[in-house]
Design a binder for this molecule. Structure first.
Ligand SMILES: [Fe+2]
Length: 294
């Protein structure tokens, strides 16, 4: 065995030993493993985020991630290195070259950049999650949801690019790094494994609602200091609200059909507010969830 093969073997053994406790600690264990989060528990984190307005992403595991990353760099025949420090998450560096002055001062520019950056992060999170769901959707609605989620993914990608390039246009760098998404998105991690169609409808009904409300706050923050950014955010909100409706409509009650989602969920209703006959009008602040299967 060559020196480099021995190093790789040692790296694999060390990584295997470190990986299982790290996964359990961050709540990202694959379905079927002890300690894996239920859809109910994860959807409850959206409820918490809506109630507090705070991001609910779990804290990263910087020590474990850094150790694995360092080990990979040491074992690599072509080490990945940069002369620049990693910086904070997010990092929005402001250009010193001439750019159009918004005329509202530095604090206003910071607010403008903050609204754009948070929108970019949420759009990237939704890009990842719609693609994950596009691949893993299972059940009666597999095919229409497979197609719809791809359409949403492509729309979200265009919006993310527009918002990132607006950051550059106002003189700031855009931060689309994986760690920035994990550490600052207000949308929790989507469950791993196969995804039930009813669970997907409940998940994206709530995730789009949360992001749409966040973008709406950005529209209001920027409407006086940077109307162009505010208008772009309105376009994004327009798209997100459409996507939210396209998920919610699958479970829309009508006068002739309660549309409770029982046909998608092993005979149990999908617990979105207002889906049960005789139930009170939806509380727009309460997230729903798919009823867990026994
Ligand atoms: Fe595909």
């Amino acid at each position: 065995m060559t020196h480099s093969l021995r190093a790789l073997a040692a790296l694999f053994l060390a990584g295997s030993a470190a990986l299982s406790p790290a996964l359990a600690a961050t709540g990202t264990a694959p379905a079927g493993m002890a300690g894996a989060p239920t859809a109910t528990a994860i959807l409850a984190r959206i409820q918490l985020a809506q109630a507090t307005g705070q991001p609910t992403a779990p804290p990263a595991d910087p020590q474990g991630a850094a150790a694995r990353s360092d080990a990979v760099r040491r074992a690599s025949p072509t080490p990945v290195a940069s002369r620049q420090p990693t910086g904070a998450f997010p990092t929005n560096e402001i250009s010193r070259q001439p750019s159009i002055d918004l005329g509202a001062g530095e604090d206003a520019l910071r607010k403008d950049i903050g609204a754009l950056q948070q929108t970019l992060t949420e759009l990237q999170q939704l890009q990842l999650q719609t693609k994950q769901a596009h691949w893993n959707v299972s059940g009666t609605l597999y095919y229409p949801l497979h197609l719809l989620l791809q359409e949403h993914y492509e729309g979200l990608s265009k919006y993310a690019d527009t918002i990132a390039e607006r950051l550059l246009a106002v003189g700031a760098s855009a931060d689309g790094r994986a760690n920035t998404i994990v550490r600052t998105s207000g949308v929790p991690e989507i469950p791993g494994g196969f995804l039930d169609d009813a669970q997907i409808l409940a998940w994206f009904t709530q995730a789009y609602k949360r992001v749409g409300e966040e973008v709406n706050r950005g529209i209001k923050v920027t409407e006086d200091i940077d109307p162009t950014t505010s208008n772009l955010l309105q376009e994004v909100e327009h798209g997100i609200a459409k996507y939210q409706w396209q998920m919610r409509a699958h479970l829309q009650r009508t006068g002739t059909d309660p549309n409770a989602g029982r046909d998608l969920n092993d005979g149990k209703p999908v617990e979105l507010p207002g889906t049960e006959p005789g139930q009170a009008a939806p509380d727009r602040g309460t997230p729903g969830q798919a009823a867990p299967k026994p």
